[in-house]
Write a protein that binds this ligand. Structure first.
Ligand code: 2NL
Length: 342
């Protein structure tokens, strides 16, 4: 038995294990319950006590050698696989860094601001939570006007006697400008406004507006028309036609609404313009003398024009967007389409 153990020690010492498969075969052959070593230990039990001393030592050494070999092979195979996983090709170009994009409403707001600041308008901003006077009273809204109703306006709960609300237009900002500055006043006020509307493809409870105001001596409706002609041609191109229709607002007299040729069909008639060839883009008029007086401006000396437009509407026409709700959902599939327009 002594020579058998010696032979096996040499054999085990010479084995080289390269793959997990070979390691398993090695374990089965030498170290498993039915393997060669288990057989040798069974045989060992039958030896005479004086033989056991010598053979026992050799057998234990053989067992240790086999176990060592097997353990080493395990390390080898795990090293190999982790080395494979971590292979990095340092010559590859790096991942591109994705740039964000500006929201279409911000893009159009910025173009509107550009167009008007080029001809001398300043930009004025103000609070989104307003008191009743700045939003309605100063603007000549009668006490029983439906806009003052809960159904149309979001009121803010407060302990004071004053009624507070979310502004329904940015005219409230222009009221502040007129109260604080002397004419000539030439300003636009872009910003978020709120109305208690049922949300649909064409209406939302929050949207964005740009209002314009020009107050000075001798300001006329002709000035208003020319300024708006200039705006539309800058915004939509020189070929666009414009028409004014009479309208009514409590804060302007006379009042008008302005249509432009439908951008989608070029005036031929389509579902967007309801086959009329025209789309409405803004309301305007001469500032009501009562509004000037409410803000401390002498209506015998000064006149003014004003206009207001929804930024969503202009953006929908400019980019042919059919559903207003897309502006507020922040769906990346929609927003990332404006990357190239930065
Ligand atoms: C619309 C109509 C309009 C104004 C806004 C205004 C502001 C002051 C005085 C008088 Cl401080 N008027 N703004 C005038 C006419 C129309 O907006 O349809 N907006 C979306």
């Amino acid at each position: 038995m002594e020579s058998k153990v010696k032979e096996l020690t040499e054999e085990v010492g010479g084995v080289s294990i390269a793959t997990p498969d070979e390691a398993e075969q090695f374990r089965l052959k030498y170290l498993s319950k039915k393997g060669i070593l288990a057989g040798l230990f069974d045989e060992f039990k039958t030896l005479a006590p004086e033989q056991r001393k010598v053979v026992g030592k050799q057998l234990n050494e053989l067992k240790q050698l086999a176990e060592q070999k097997f353990e080493q092979s395990k390390e080898l195979s795990t090293n190999n696989s982790s080395a494979k996983k971590e292979t990095i090709d340092l010559s590859l170009p790096s991942e591109p860094v994705e740039l964000g994009s500006r929201h279409p409403i911000s893009l159009v707001r910025a173009s509107i601001v550009d167009i008007f600041t080029k001809i001398g308008f300043t930009v004025s901003e103000g609070p989104e939570i307003e008191d009743d006077w700045h939003n309605f009273g100063a603007l000549n809204f009668p006490e029983d006007h439906p806009a003052r109703d809960m159904q149309d306006t979001f009121f803010v709960e407060s302990d004071s006697d004053e009624k507070w609300l979310l502004r329904t237009h940015t005219s409230s900002v222009q009221v502040r400008v007129m109260k604080n500055q002397k004419p000539p006043i030439r300003t636009i006020s872009p910003g978020r406004v709120y109305r208690n509307e049922t949300i649909s493809a064409r209406a939302h409870c929050q949207f964005h507006q740009v209002e314009g105001l020009y107050v000075d001596e001798g300001v006329s409706f002709a000035d208003l028309k020319q300024t708006l002609y200039y705006f539309v041609h800058e915004m939509f191109g020189q070929d666009i036609k414009i028409r004014f229709r009479p309208s009514f607002f409590p804060f302007t007299e006379p009042s008008a609404e302005m249509d432009i040729t439908c951008i989608i069909c070029g005036g031929k008639g389509c579902p967007v313009c309801k086959q009329s060839g025209w789309v409405e883009i803004l309301g305007c008029g001469m500032v009501h003398p009562k509004v000037l007086e409410n803000c401390g401006i002498d209506s015998n000396k000064y006149t003014g024009y004003a206009f207001g437009m929804g930024i969503e509407r202009i953006t929908m026409l400019r980019y042919q967007i059919k559903d207003l709700r897309l502006f507020f959902e922040n769906d990346m599939r929609f927003l990332s389409q404006f990357k190239s327009v930065i």
